[in-house]
Design a protein around this ligand. Structure first.
Ligand code: FE2
Length: 310
């Protein structure tokens, strides 16, 4: 583990040395999951926010599943409204990724082949396999949460599958602490630089699958099932650990499937997720989903009016 942990080291349940703290965290995680249903939809109020009376339930939902599904009361919900809602969840600092608009929110839709973004799967109608968002980002720009708002759903397909990264951690640690340790090594994953037309768009990045966030000590996961543009450490232990992640995803024990309707969205910590392929109907508006990525994790205490921590 590296120096980033700072004050987290002593009591974090995510460190193998802290078995007691882990067992406490594990019990409360599983208890929370037994108390709430993952597919509960929170209807926003007329201001496009969670009502004060819903905050405790939303908090428990996050602790249990690391995501909250919301629904807007009217379709008149702008990108600005979307960003304001995210701030209520303590999400303030947007990541400005390659395909994002000027407001740093990304409009995910099928783009023309001539559009440079067409080379990236999110801007096509193809399926996206398991990943966490921005796994290729440099350390200073770790993605700890993201949100989606569905303006229009496709005619067919386009559903999402979700897997709470904390549950992945729990299932691996229960099965093999040794393999979990391998997933926390800083040299496990190497993402070569993104070079286009002799220009470095993104420098090479190396890091672990599981790490602790420097300020909150919460768990961060970086993962992709894509075989391209990623080099995994090749020793036996690392490979076994990665295979265990893949196996657990295939078994799907804690997988949740959702298909957002127009006017619905999801706000989540950076959980594992993917997307089915989809087909638009030319007679109807094409699929359009807004996506916002954040450096912070969800924290209602840092909600509207609070200051950024980054
Ligand atoms: Fe994603």
């Amino acid at each position: 583990m590296n120096a980033v942990l700072n004050h987290c080291e002593e009591n974090s349940p995510y460190l193998l040395a802290n078995e007691e703290a882990y067992q406490d965290w594990r019990s409360s995680k599983l208890e929370n999951r037994g108390q709430v249903t993952p597919l509960r939809v929170f209807t926003l109020n007329a201001q496009g926010l969670l009502a004060e009376s819903q905050l405790a339930a939303a908090q428990q939902q996050v602790e249990a599943y690391n995501f909250v599904i919301f629904e807007v009361p009217s379709r008149d919900f702008s990108k600005h409204d979307f960003v304001t809602l995210n701030r209520q969840f303590g999400l303030h600092d947007l990541d400005d990724n390659l395909g994002a608009d000027a407001d740093k929110v990304t409009a995910l839709r099928v783009v023309d082949e001539a559009d440079q973004r067409a080379q990236y799967i999110p801007y096509t109608n193809r399926a996206m396999n398991w990943h966490t968002d921005g796994y290729y980002n440099p350390h200073a720009r770790r993605i700890n949460a993201f949100s989606l708002y569905c303006v229009n759903q496709s005619a067919r397909g386009g559903g999402n599958f979700l897997f709470d990264h904390e549950m992945m951690y729990l299932l691996i640690r229960d099965q093999s602490p040794e393999l979990l340790e391998a997933l926390m090594r800083n040299d496990l994953m190497r993402i070569p630089a993104n070079v286009q037309n002799n220009r470095v768009i993104r420098a090479e990045e190396t890091g672990p699958v599981f790490a602790l966030q420097p300020i909150t000590c919460a768990l961060n996961m970086r993962f992709t099932s894509r075989p391209h543009n990623i080099v995994w450490k090749s020793d036996k232990c690392s490979q076994q650990a990665l295979n265990l992640v893949r196996e657990i995803l295939m078994q799907g024990e804690a997988m949740i499937e959702i298909r957002l309707c127009a006017g619905q969205g999801i706000i989540c910590n950076n959980i594992l997720h993917g997307r089915e392929a989809f087909q638009d109907d030319p007679q109807h508006p094409a699929r359009l989903v807004y996506r916002a990525r954040y450096y912070q994790a969800i924290d209602f205490a840092r909600g509207l009016g609070a200051q950024s921590t980054v």
